[in-house]
Design a protein around this ligand. Structure first.
Ligand SMILES: *Cc1c(COP(=O)(O)O)cnc(C)c1O
Length: 403
C-alpha cells in the first residue's frame, strides 16, 4: 500500500512522524507498510519488555479474552489479585493499585503522598503537600505530572501549573535539603532519568536520600515507570542501591506493550480510603493477565542473569564503537543505555539509520548529543552485533560527509 493512501491527517498533529505505517512486529523486529523490516531499539519506548508480540502475551490475551474482559472495578478479579501478589512478593511493597499509564500511576502516587501528608500534618497542624522533584525529570503528561516534571519549558506550557513541586538537582543532596520546609511531604525521583538522557542517580545519592527523607519524616517515591521491570538488571532499580522506598510506580515494561501501570506502597503509607482512588479500567483482568505473564517470564530462573549478560555485552560494544568513531563513551544501567556523541548529530543518525536499505534501524535521540538504547530484555547478542554494525556504517557515512 502507498503511504498517501492512509488518512493520517485524521489523527491530531501531536508530533512529527516519518511517512511510514508500521503493520507488524516480532521480537526485536518491526515491518512497515511496504514490507521493509527494521531492527527496533525503541521497543515502543522501553515498553516491549519481551519484544514485539511475544507468545506469552498473545496466549494471555486470547485466554483471558475468552474468560472475562471487565467485571468493573467494583468487584475483585483473579488476574489482578495474582499480579498484585507477585509484585508484593518480589518487592518491598505491600499494596498495589493498578492504573492504565505511567502518568496515571504517578498521579496516584502524588495523591497518596498528599493524603498521607494530611494524616501526618506539620507542627502547625497543616496538611503537608509539597513533593520535591528534580530538574530534567519526566513523570508524565497530565497536568500534575507535567508540573512534577523538570523538563525545560514545561513550567509555562499549560500555565498555571499544579503547585507544590519544587525542583532539586539529581545527585546533589544539598539541593534537596535546601528545599525541605514545613510543607514538604515527599521526594519523588526516577532512579535513572530516562527521557532526561539516561542519567542514573548514584547508589550513594539514593542511600543518602533515603536517610534524609527518614530524618525529616518524608516519603521517598521512586518513579520506576521506565527503570522498573528488569530494565536496569534488577527487577526494580531501587534494589541497585539496596534501599526501601515508601512508594513506587511502574508502567511501560509491566504491560509488555499493552496499557498497564501500577502504584505500589508499603503498608504504613497505604492510606487511601474508599472514594479516594479508582477508575473504570483500573486492574481489568485482560491487562493484568498480560502483566502476570510478563512478570512470570522475568522471574523465571536465569532470565535476569541473561539481562545482565546482555547489558554488559551491549555496554562493551558501545564503548568499542565510541573509540572507533571518536565519540565520548556510554552510560546507563542494565539495558537502558546511552551513547554520548559529543556533537548534535543524534537526530541525523536516527533518520539515516531508519532509511537504511534493505533493512532499517530504529533508534532514539532524547537529546541531540545522545542516542538511547532500550532493546527488548531478551535481545540476543546477534541482534546487538547487527545494531552496532549498522550504527557504525551510519557513523562512517556522517564522518565521510563531514570531511
Ligand atoms: C514514560 C514515563 C512516564 C509516563 O508514562 P505514560 O505511560 O506515558 O503516561 C512517567 N515516568 C517515567 C519515568 C517515564 O519514563
Amino acid at each position: 500500500m502507498e503511504f498517501n493512501q492512509f488518512a493520517t491527517n485524521d489523527l491530531m498533529y501531536i508530533t512529527n512522524r516519518p511517512p511510514l505505517v508500521f503493520t507488524e512486529g516480532d521480537g526485536m523486529w518491526m515491518t512497515d507498510h511496504t514490507g521493509k523490516r527494521y531492527l527496533d531499539y525503541l521497543q515502543g519506548w522501553a515498553v516491549n519488555a519481551l519484544g514485539h508480540s511475544p507468545q506469552c502475551i498473545q496466549d494471555a490475551l486470547v485466554a483471558q479474552s475468552k474468560k472475562l474482559l471487565n467485571p468493573s472495578p467494583a468487584f475483585f478479579n483473579a488476574p489482578s489479585i495474582e499480579l498484585a501478589s507477585l509484585l508484593t512478593a518480589n518487592s518491598c511493597f505491600d499494596r498495589v493499585f493498578f492504573a492504565n499509564s505511567g502518568a496515571e500511576a504517578n498521579e496516584g502516587a502524588i495523591k497518596l503522598a498528599r493524603k498521607w501528608g494530611k494524616k501526618n500534618p506539620n507542627k502547625a497542624g497543616q496538611n503537608r503537600f509539597e513533593i520535591i522533584t528534580f530538574d530534567h525529570s519526566f513523570h508524565g503528561r497530565t497536568l500534575a505530572t507535567m508540573s512534577a516534571s523538570g523538563k525545560p519549558g514545561w513550567d509555562t506550557m499549560f500555565a498555571p501549573q499544579v503547585p507544590g513541586f519544587p525542583k532539586a538537582d539529581l545527585n546533589d543532596l544539598a539541593s534537596v535539603e535546601r528545599l525541605i520546609n514545613e510543607n514538604t511531604v515527599a521526594v519523588m525521583l526516577e532512579p535513572v532519568q530516562g527521557e532526561g538522557g539516561v542519567l542514573p542517580a548514584t547508589r550513594e545519592f539514593m542511600r543518602d536520600l533515603r536517610a534524609l527523607t527518614k530524618k525529616h519524616n518524608l516519603l521517598l517515591i521512586v518513579d520506576e515507570v521506565q527503570s522498573g521491570m528488569g530494565r536496569t538488571g534488577e527487577l526494580f532499580a531501587y534494589q541497585l542501591a539496596d534501599i526501601t522506598p515508601d512508594i513506587m510506580t511502574l508502567g511501560k515494561g509491566i504491560g509488555g506493550g499493552v496499557p498497564l501501570a501500577a502504584l505500589l506502597a508499603r503498608e504504613e503509607v497505604s492510606c487511601f480510603e474508599p472514594g479516594d482512588q479508582g477508575g473504570t479500567y483500573n486492574g481489568n483482568p485482560l491487562m493484568t493477565a498480560v502483566g502476570t505473564a510478563v512478570l512470570k517470564t522475568l522471574l523465571a530462573p536465569g532470565f535476569m542473569q541473561a539481562v545482565n549478560d546482555k547489558s554488559a555485552y551491549l555496554s562493551a560494544e558501545l564503548v568499542k564503537l565510541s573509540e572507533k568513531h571518536g565519540l565520548e563513551g556510554e552510560r546507563g544501567e542494565g539495558l537502558l543505555r546511552a551513547l554520548k556523541l559529543g556533537k548534535d548529530i543524534g537526530p541525523q543518525i536516527v533518520d539515516i539509520a531508519r532509511e537504511m536499505q534493505p533493512v532499517g534501524l530504529l533508534l532514539n535521540s532524547p537529546r541531540p548529543n545522545l542516542l538511547r538504547f532500550m532493546p527488548a530484555l531478551n535481545v540476543t547478542t546477534d541482534e546487538i552485533d547487527q545494531m552496532i554494525s549498522m550504527l557504525s556504517s551510519v557513523l562512517d557515512q556522517i564522518d565521510a560527509a563531514g570531511k
